[in-house]
Each structure stands twice: as structure tokens, then as C-alpha cells.
Write a protein that binds this ligand. Sequence first.
Ligand SMILES: NC(=O)c1ccc[n+]([C@@H]2O[C@H](COP(=O)([O-])OP(=O)(O)OC[C@H]3O[C@@H](n4cnc5c(N)ncnc54)[C@H](OP(=O)(O)O)[C@@H]3O)[C@@H](O)[C@H]2O)c1
Length: 296
Amino acid sequence: MKLTITGTSGFTGQNLIHYLVDYDIYKQSIRYVPNQEIYLDNTESIIHLAGKAHDLKNVSQPQDYYEANFELTKQLYDAFLKSDARKFIYISSVKAVADSVNDVLTEEIKPAPQTHYGKSKLMAEEYIKSQPLPEGKSYYILRPCMIHGPGNKGNLNLLYKFVSKGIPYPLAAFENRRSFLNIENFCFVVKELLVQDIPSGVYNLADDESLSTNELVSLIASCLDLKPQLWTIPKGLIKGIAQLSDVLKLPLNLERLNKLTENYVVSNAKIKKALKKEFPVSAKQGLQKTILSFKE
Ligand SMILES: NC(=O)c1ccc[n+]([C@@H]2O[C@H](COP(=O)([O-])OP(=O)(O)OC[C@H]3O[C@@H](n4cnc5c(N)ncnc54)[C@H](OP(=O)(O)O)[C@@H]3O)[C@@H](O)[C@H]2O)c1
């Protein structure tokens, strides 16, 4: 029996197929096509990673998100229900619940996504939960926060480039706490869900500890044997510059500013309780590994 994984050409998929080396993996690259019927033959479990992620350049149409994240998931989940497969692991996102978090994000919080990305992910989650589940089948809706790992080209890489060039970090006035998810912890959870008998449901994914962006800058600097340069500039002035950057297409636009300075603490208590295991990598260890990979 095979393991079918969608979206394997992406960052998470590439890491996952290397982690699950002992499995017979069928890499399924699919796109939404109206009325298409998907067949899942001889598949034990499906890991659905394919989707349209947040678009920092703002070039996507709303429909792109609903088709890639909702309609396609619906078609694949329907195929799962009709097939012999036993487990369906859907990679949603914490953004299906909230764009900003004041306290700690748990699975109890009522979802109120604001973006098309979050809304389309939530629609997919709701569809999965609304379908009667035949005996012997399970579904897992995973809500990861920002995943990082070697080779990852995201905001972490951008921050690394600034710090490595000796550019001072000008946002030290923003005191925040953020959760991250190391790719190794992500892969660990997925594998445990494949091998253990865990109840169906929604599970947040995040490393154990949260960090402030100032701590992150200091960690990057220490990996580079540099002294961290943290500048405390008034928040209003920074926000004005970020607004201008939106017009001038500079790297620090408002969306990136928010990502770097917002609070976003995610609880992983539910998944850890279900797995009855500790995560293999601490938040700092994982971040160090990712940061050191940028050096290569
Ligand atoms: N990275 C994160 O921080 C993060 C956090 C929370 C949730 N997630 C979710 O985790 C999943 C994987 O994320 P990732 O970072 O690996 O994303 P990624 O690097 O953008 O990869 C996504 C993959 O999905 C497929 N794909 C691209 N456009 C598509 C479309 N329009 N319709 C259907 N499939 C499409 C492609 O794979 P193929 O070419 O192989 O089909 C692509 O490589 C996504 O669903 C994402 O929303 C990611």
C-alpha cells in the first residue's frame, strides 16, 4: 500500500519525502479542474500539502485561493471517502483561524480568517469535518504556523540577509512573541500520525517555545559570530516607511513589517497530548539549523 502525497515539489513536500524514506510514496501533482474525478488506488494514507500559499507580491486573484485550497481539497477528500485509504492528513494553516493573535492560539478559538488564503483553508477544513466519516477512516487537519528549515526562502531568509550584511535591525521597538515550526518537527508529527492510532480532529502545529524577533535577530547574529545590532526607532516612523515601501516595491512593506513584529503564539498542547511524545527539536535548535543552512 502506498502513501500518496500532493504538493511534493514544494518546500514542505521536498522535506517530507526525504523524511519518509521507508514509505512507498506516490507523488501526486494535481490542480483544480471543475468536475474532475480523482482516483486513489492502492493508497493507505493521503497527505495533502498542495495548495496556494500566501502571496507576498499580491499578484493572485481571490479565486486562485478558493480553487487551489478549497475546491481541490474537496475533490481529493471525496476521492478519499470513496477509496480504501484509511487516513487523510490535510495541511491547513493557523491562518485559517486568525491573522493576529493576542493571547495564545488554541484549537478552541473560533475561526475568523480575514484573508482569502485563510478563508479558503477554513472552507476546506469545514468541508472535511462536515462529511460523515466511514468506520476505519480518520482525518487530521493540521494547522502549522510558519514552517522553516534548510533551503527555506521566506522572511527568515530575508532577516538573515540583513543581519549578515551588518545592517542594524531597526524594529527593536516592537516587543513581540512568535511561534515557529521547524520542518523536522512537522515531519515528525506527520509520521507519528501515520503510525499511531490518533483520534480524528484539528491539531495546531508549533514548536514548544516562542521567540521575539529581537531574540531571533540575536540568534542569527550569534550563528554568524556577529554582535547583534538592535535599533529602537519610534514605531510610527517605521510604519510610515513600510507604507512607502508598498508603493516603491521595497523589501520591507507593510505585510512583511507585520510578519516581523506581530505576536503570534500557537499552542501545541493538543497534538503533544495526543502523540504522547516530545518533539525532537527545540525552537532554538531548529532555528539555528535553518540559519546555518543560509550560510552554505
Ligand atoms: N510553509 C509554511 O510556512 C506553511 C505554514 C502553514 C501551512 N502551510 C501549508 O502547507 C502546504 C505546503 O506548503 P509549502 O510551504 O510547502 O508550499 P509551496 O512550497 O508553495 O508548495 C506547494 C505545492 O503545491 C502545489 N501547488 C502550487 N500551486 C498550486 C495550485 N494552484 N493548486 C494546487 N497545487 C498547487 C505545488 O506542488 P506540485 O507541483 O508538486 O503539484 C507546490 O510545490 C500548503 O498547503 C501551505 O498552505 C505552509
